[in-house]
Design a protein around this ligand. Structure first.
Ligand code: HMG
Ligand code: MG
Length: 306
């Protein structure tokens, strides 16, 4: 077994994290969070999503946030765009404010697809098709996210074949990179490995990432299991923020701080400064008036306090 020597983390906190907060977070705070994440060495940040404000009011300020961030060279900024309306809104700004990457998001379970994006899996692919075409024609990289790859809040267990089928459909419409998401954090390493294997029948290992929510405390184990398969890209969320309004009961993503601590300890390079990352997590947690949901951050903050 040879582990990757370097890992790329995409911090999805500003999007996956803040989409799920009851309180409205001002755009200025989101912009400051993005700033702190890039200062900590993150090379990709999922900033926001261009979705219906009726469905997810927390992301209604997507254009304002994209306009406000101060871009650093070498950092990529991604946004979610479920349909042409979202994509058109994402590129309505001057080119310098366009995302580097867009994300179309589907689900391996029919029920979750209906609840989250109001259409069947087959219909979602037809909605994504022109988005993928338009993005690629404009030089914007396309990532796909596959929700419910091990379990669904409405259908229960999801078979790997369903994941393979969705990955094949995504590949067929030109999605360049695919994320394997455990939306409700029910996965354990063998199940996650099977979802990864199903995905790898359609995508190269360099074009696959893991996105693990930590509801049952399995996300680090699932990250390690994926690393052992050679997966080297992961979505993580600063301070363990995250959740999906249409996946009731699901908690946040695995905390970026915990994953960086794990990788640092294993000698796997991320380019991320853990102390600065913890400061970024503390910043947003203070704003939300709670403690960072990261064991590593909690331990290091306690040590700092003496
Ligand atoms: P719909 O109602 O079927 O859309 O929603 P529609 O095309 O029928 O349009 C209805 C209305 O919505 C119209 O407005 C459209 O203009 C508007 P009206 O005429 O009634 O005033 N509309 C939009 N407005 C702004 N931006 C848009 C947009 N599209 C339509 N892009 C839609 C379909 C997909 C828009 C809706 O279901 C939606 O917004 N869903 C978002 C759900 C979401 O954001 N979920 C969380 C992100 S996914 C996630 O967290 C999982 C992930 O982390 C991986 C994992 O963990 O599993 C990625
Ligand atoms: Mg998620």
């Amino acid at each position: 077994m040879s582990l990757p020597s370097k890992v790329k983390l995409v911090d999805v906190g500003p999007r996956d994290g803040l989409q799920n907060e009851k309180q409205m977070v001002p755009a200025a705070v989101k912009i400051e969070l993005v700033q702190r994440l890039q200062d900590a060495g993150l090379k990709e940040i999922e900033v926001t999503s261009f979705v219906s404000p009726k469905w997810v009011p927390q992301m209604a300020d997507a254009s304002e946030v994209m306009h406000g961030i101060r871009r650093q060279s070498g950092v990529r900024y991604s946004v979610l765009t479920p349909n042409m309306k979202g994509f058109e809104a994402a590129i309505a700004a001057p080119r310098a404010e366009w995302p580097d990457e867009i994300v179309v998001f589907g689900a391996a379970s029919e029920a979750f697809s209906q609840r989250n994006i109001n259409c069947s899996i087959a219909e979602s692919i037809e909605r994504f098709r022109p988005v993928v075409e338009a993005a690629r024609a404009n030089g914007i990289y396309v990532r796909g996210a596959m929700s419910c790859t091990v379990g669904c809040p409405y259908e229960g267990e999801v078979a790997p074949e369903r994941v393979g089928m969705l990955a094949g459909l995504m590949k067929g419409i030109g999605v360049q990179h695919i994320g394997v998401a455990d939306t409700i954090g029910v996965g354990t390493p063998r199940k996650v490995r099977r979802a990864m294997e199903a995905t790898l029948t359609h995508y190269d290992i360099n074009d696959v990432s893991g996105h693990f929510h930590d509801t049952y405390g399995q996300a680090l184990a699932n990250t390690l299991a994926s690393l052992e398969m050679g997966v080297w890209q992961f979505d993580t969320s600063v301070a363990g923020l995250g959740g999906c309004p249409y996946a009731k009961g699901a908690t946040g993503n695995v905390a970026s701080e915990d994953v960086v601590y794990l990788l640092d300890g294993m000698g796997i390079a991320t380019g991320i400064d853990l102390d600065k990352l913890i400061d970024a997590g503390k910043f947003i947690s203070d704003h939300l008036q709670r403690k960072p949901n990261s064991r590593a951050a909690t331990a290091i903050l306690a040590k700092r306090a003496g």
